[in-house]
Ligand binder design. Structure first.
Ligand code: NAD
Ligand code: UDP
Ligand code: UDP
Length: 315
């Protein structure tokens, strides 16, 4: 029997956050979803609103928050380049001021706190695949920096609160994840390609499509979050969580066209600045410390994702 806890999830109305809230409720915990609905939506959590163990708080984490919980999952932050570049100053504030507020909260109430960090802390990596020991290759003033540097600073804050105030921290470095409840206009590659393929529109490959990413299905990722939160206190991470199966963007485009049975053709567009050329997690640390590894292949995970977008577009 798992002990029942009160758990806060910031960014709980977003793609990953809504899946996490759902899973924690399934386990019988009480969940406080904290979100300002910048990229998240009520639609993502509509099915949870009637659950008496679920509570929704509209709040921006850049402002202080006074609640009482046992654990905090800090996921609040836009994750797609078009959204985090829309108001880059607010993006950095969300990561940095948001981390300070959530860490201050965790310190006052002695809660364990989890940070949704990112593979973007590795920037355009010169080491491949990326182990946690790699310090990264980030442009500090480019158009992606508001996100990358904000997340790097959040990691710094987590470790300083851990060393200075003895906080129990858990840091996950999340690699590209996809699945149902991604925003239709999210701008990330998996949702873009699926929506384009389903609508018979050209598939927009940026650059020549030789850049790579390693795509993890959301269910696998959420399992890793919970296992990390429940791991022994001595294990803080940072730990890579993602699927090490690597694909070029062109391979992904072909797979989506095949699985949707679409007649869409690939077109090539300009590669955005600072776009990483390659990305694949070394997940040895997660395997050893959490006994975790992803189980769902890209071909398998694309099916429910395509079905989700088809349903949205049909409505
Ligand atoms: P998302 O955009 O769907 O969710 C982010 C949520 O945070 C949204 O509900 C949004 O409204 C909320 N939010 C944003 N700013 C906020 C603020 N100031 N105060 C309160 N709420 C705020 O993105 P996602 O894919 O679910 O990402 C969740 C977390 O995981 C993010 O921290 C992201 O950086 C991290 N992450 C995601 C991926 C991925 O592939 N999905 C990869 C690496 C890291
Ligand atoms: N904070 C919060 N909720 C709390 C406790 C603190 O939002 O329950 C915020 C508060 O705004 C503070 C920040 O967290 O500025 C950092 O708190 P900490 O105690 O580390 O620093 P201090 O209050 O000394 O600035
Ligand atoms: N990409 C693309 N077409 C699109 C959207 C993205 O070719 O319509 C590329 C993008 O340039 C990047 C990769 O796909 O090389 C992954 O982009 P995404 O925004 O999903 O995530 P991130 O770059 O943050 O890993």
């Amino acid at each position: 029997m798992i002990a029942k806890k009160r758990i806060a999830v910031t960014g709980g109305a977003g793609f990953l956050g809504s899946h996490l809230c759902e899973k924690l409720l399934e386990q019988g915990h009480e969940v406080l979803c904290i979100d300002n609905f910048f990229t998240g939506s009520k639609q993502n959590i509509l099915h949870l609103l009637n659950n008496p163990l679920f509570e929704l708080i509209r709040h921006d984490v850049t402002f202080p928050l006074y609640i009482e919980v046992d654990e905090i999952y800090n996921l609040a932050c836009p994750a797609s380049p078009i959204h985090y570049q829309f108001d880059p100053v607010q993006t950095t504030k969300t990561s940095v001021h948001g981390a300070i507020n959530m860490l201050g909260l965790a310190k006052r109430i002695k809660a364990k706190i989890f940070q949704a960090s990112t593979s973007e802390v590795y920037g355009d990596p010169q080491v491949h695949p990326q182990p946690e020991s790699y310090w990264g290759h980030v442009n500090p003033n480019g158009i992606r920096a508001c996100y990358d540097e904000g997340k790097r600073c959040a990691e710094t804050l987590f470790f300083d609160y851990h060393r200075q105030h003895r906080l129990k921290i858990k840091i996950a470095r999340i690699f590209n994840t996809y699945g149902p409840r991604m925003n239709l206009d999210d701008g990330r590659v998996v949702s873009n390609f699926i929506v384009q393929a389903l609508q018979g529109e050209p598939i927009t490959v940026y650059g020549d499509g030789s850049q790579s990413r390693s795509f993890c299905y959301v269910d696998d990722l959420i399992e890793a979050f919970i296992q990390l939160m429940e791991s022994e206190d001595g294990f803080t991470g940072p730990v890579n969580v993602g699927n090490p199966n690597e694909f070029t963007i062109l391979e992904l485009a072909e797979m989506v066209v095949r699985q949707t049975g679409s007649k869409s053709k690939v077109i090539f567009k300009e590669l955005p600045a600072d776009d990483p050329h390659q990305r694949r997690p070394d997940i040895s640390l997660a395997r050893e410390n959490l006994g975790w590894e992803p189980k769902i292949s890209l071909a398998t995970g694309l099916r429910p994702t395509i079905a989700y977008f088809k349903h949205l577009l049909d409505r």
